[in-house]
Design a protein around this ligand. Structure first.
Ligand code: NAD
Length: 374
């Protein structure tokens, strides 16, 4: 029997991210010295059948087709929201009103004004929050940030970031919640990850010039007809950072052949970094101090020296995976819930990403550079 207090988890949605949250909680419990004993209390989904299947498969004690019943249940301590984007706000506000801590998938809300309402509600209620920007939890990104902040790259001059996949490249693929103008678009869906990583590494983005495009204008609606697509398939933005560096990001869900190209390059006066999420245990470092004729990007492999890699594996180079990033995210969030640390990426941070997304969208629509509100 654990002497730690129980923390009862409620999960909304049991698709791709619902499973990732369950992996995250389960792995975090075994990998970190968490302040709680995690209890998989209730799984909620859109129907009794889906909820019951999720509860049985993931090990939850209860199932419900009404997420409202779950979030108002006094037994629940933490609510994980992994439902479609347009539902995040209503679900999160209901959970916050019931004094639950909330772990919500990105994008926090379709509109910055909604994200602001959510952040302010959480702060007023005094509950802890987390948004699912899991790529930031990679020990290799932490290392990159330390190297930048520690001056190993010298003066930072340039940044190139992108998040490209091809899950929307097939034009015969149906309309999904990701195409809903009230919560979709490649920039909001995955460009948001590229923006989060850019600011994680280089600090605040001051100005943007966006270019959004819809390349597949209609899709099957699933009922024999077609539906007009109003959101972007590809989004690019030029960036000017507060620290003087310039750069760009791209969010692209029709990048044929790309499955998880969450990549970046950072260029400094003394060195450079290169990273690809498709090889997430490697960071490549170019050092201008290397002898001429011996220069080149060297590969640094994830190792116990890059916390918290060592919590997963004692041996270097054996690698961690996508779901392990979720476990790191969970561990940081629960430290904050216990009052033992700051919230790693709370609703206020999620609002910041929505602000960037909207500024790029309006820059693209008006074809002008825009200053990002602080
Ligand atoms: P999904 O379609 O696989 O799962 C969505 C789940 O929500 C399904 O189980 C569905 O039945 C359920 N659902 C829908 N309406 C509901 C309702 N009214 N009540 C209860 N449950 C409902 O989608 P997904 O890929 O898991 O995406 C879910 C969220 O996760 C999105 O916001 C998406 O942006 C985010 N996401 C994040 C990452 C990441 O890396 N952080 C990756 C993929 C998706």
């Amino acid at each position: 029997m654990s002497s730690k207090p129980d923390l009862n988890i409620g999960l909304i949605g049991s698709g791709f991210m619902g499973k990732a949250h369950v992996f995250g909680y389960a792995t975090a419990q075994k990998t970190f010295d968490l302040p709680f004993n995690l209890v998989f209390h209730t799984a909620a989904d859109i129907s009794d059948q889906a909820a019951t299947r999720a509860a049985a498969g993931f090990g939850f004690a209860h199932a419900t087709a009404d997420w409202r019943d779950m979030v108002t249940n006094p037994a629940i301590d933490v609510v994980s929201i992994t439902a479609p984007n347009a539902l995040h706000k209503e679900m999160a506000l209901a959970a916050i009103a019931a004094s639950k801590h909330v772990y919500c998938e990105k994008p926090l809300a379709p509109l910055a004004v909604d994200a602001r309402e959510m952040a302010e509600a959480a702060e007023t209620a005094g509950v802890k929050t987390q948004v699912g920007f899991n790529y930031l939890c990679n020990p290799m990104l932490q290392l990159a940030r330390e190297m930048i902040e520690g001056g190993e790259l010298g003066e930072i001059r340039g940044y190139r970031g992108l998040h490209a996949e091809d899950y929307m490249a097939d034009a015969s693929g149906p309309y999904t919640f990701r195409h809903d103008p009230a919560g979709g678009g490649a920039l909001a869906d995955i460009g948001s990850h590229a923006l989060a990583t850019a600011e994680f590494l280089l600090g605040p983005i001051a100005e943007v010039m966006g270019d959004l495009a819809t390349l597949i204008p209609t899709r099957p609606d699933g009922y024999g007809g077609t539906k007009l697509i109003e959101v972007d398939d590809v989004a690019r933005a030029f960036l000017r950072f507060e620290n003087g560096a310039t750069g760009s990001i791209e969010g692209n869900w029709i990048a044929t052949g790309r499955k998880m190209q969450h990549d970046f390059e950072v260029y400094g006066s003394k060195g450079a970094l290169s990273f690809s999420q498709e090889r997430l245990n490697e960071l490549h470092f170019y050092d201008t101090a290397d002898a001429k004729g011996r220069q080149g990007f060297r590969r640094i492999e994830a190792a116990p020296e890059h916390p918290p890699y060592g919590n997963f594996c004692v041996a270097p180079g054996h690698q961690i995976g996508f779901n392990d990033l979720k476990a790191i995210e969970v561990a940081g969030f629960l430290e904050a819930v216990a009052g033992r640390g700051p919230e790693p990426f709370n609703f206020r941070s999620g609002l910041r990403i929505q602000t960037l997304v909207e500024t790029i969208q309006s820059s693209s629509a008006q074809r002008v550079w825009k200053t990002v509100a602080t």
